[in-house]
Design a protein around this ligand. Structure first.
Ligand code: AKG
Ligand code: FE2
Length: 211
C-alpha cells in the first residue's frame, strides 16, 4: 500500500491561540482525528445562542429538502462578528489550511429522532462546486447529548460520541478515490436530549475574498 500525504500534520498536541488542543488518531488512511478542547464551554454556548434564532430546516448540497438530513441549520457569514472571526481563525489553523479556503461556519441542531444519514461531504463530479471541491471537514460538538447522536463512519467501524468542545476531523483529498469514499459518515438519530454541532468545510482552492 502506498502512503499518501495528509493535509493535517499528525501531532498529539496542537498549540493554537494559547490553547492546547490534544489529538487522537482514530484512523490513518483516510485520516480521521478526534480533537479535545477545540472550543471553550462559553464559546460553544455563544455559538448556540447566536445560531438558535436563525435556524432553518437543513437542505442538501443541491438545495432540496430531503429525509437524508432532518436537522435544522444555518450558516454564519464570513467574519460575521468577533466570536466567529476568532473561531474561524483557530479552526483554519487547526485544519492547516488558509482561512480563504473556508466556507462559512455552519451550525446544525438535532432534536430527538433527527439525524443526518450516511453521506459524503465532497460534491459529486457533476455538481457545479466540484471544480473547487471540499477536501476536509471539522465537526465540533457544542453540547453533550443525553443519548444517541453519535457520528459514525460505517465503512471503518468508527463511532464518535459527541462531547462539548471536542471535534472530529476527517479529510478526503486523496488521489485514490477509494480512500475518499471511506469517509462516508452519518449523524445517528438523537434519542434523548438535543445535539448541536458546528461544521467547517474546507475547499481545495480559495473560496473567500482575501481581506
Ligand atoms: O452531526 C454529525 O455528527 C455529523 C454532521 C455532518 O456530517 C456534517 O455536518 O457534514
Ligand atoms: Fe458530513
Amino acid at each position: 500500500m502506498t502512503t499518501e500525504v495528509s493535509i493535517l500534520p499528525i501531532q498529539s498536541v496542537y498549540s493554537i491561540d494559547n490553547r492546547t488542543i490534544t489529538a487522537e488518531v482514530l484512523h490513518e488512511e483516510p485520516l480521521i482525528v478526534k480533537f479535545l478542547n477545540v472550543l471553550s464551554d462559553e464559546e460553544c454556548q455563544n455559538l448556540i445562542d447566536c445560531a438558535s434564532s436563525r435556524l432553518e430546516r437543513s437542505k442538501l448540497a443541491k438545495k432540496e429538502i430531503s429525509s437524508i438530513r432532518t436537522s435544522s441549520g444555518m450558516f454564519f457569514e464570513e467574519n460575521e462578528n468577533p466570536l466567529i472571526s476568532e473561531i474561524e481563525k483557530r479552526i483554519s489553523s487547526l485544519m492547516h489550511l488558509p482561512i480563504e479556503h473556508a466556507e462559512g461556519l455552519q451550525v446544525l441542531h438535532y432534536e430527538p429522532g433527527q439525524e443526518f444519514k450516511a453521506h459524503f461531504d465532497f460534491f459529486g463530479p457533476n455538481h457545479p462546486s466540484s471544480s473547487n471541491n471540499r477536501i476536509s471537514t471539522l465537526v465540533v460538538y457544542l453540547n453533550d447529548v443525553e443519548e444517541g447522536g453519535v457520528t459514525t463512519f460505517p465503512n471503518l467501524g468508527i463511532v464518535n460520541v459527541p462531547k462539548k468542545g471536542t471535534a472530529v476531523y476527517f479529510e478526503y483529498f486523496y488521489n485514490d478515490q477509494k480512500l475518499n469514499e471511506l469517509t462516508l459518515h452519518s449523524g445517528e438519530p438523537v434519542i434523548q436530549g438535543e445535539k448541536w454541532v458546528a461544521t467547517q468545510w474546507m475547499r481545495k482552492k480559495q473560496i473567500r475574498e482575501r481581506l
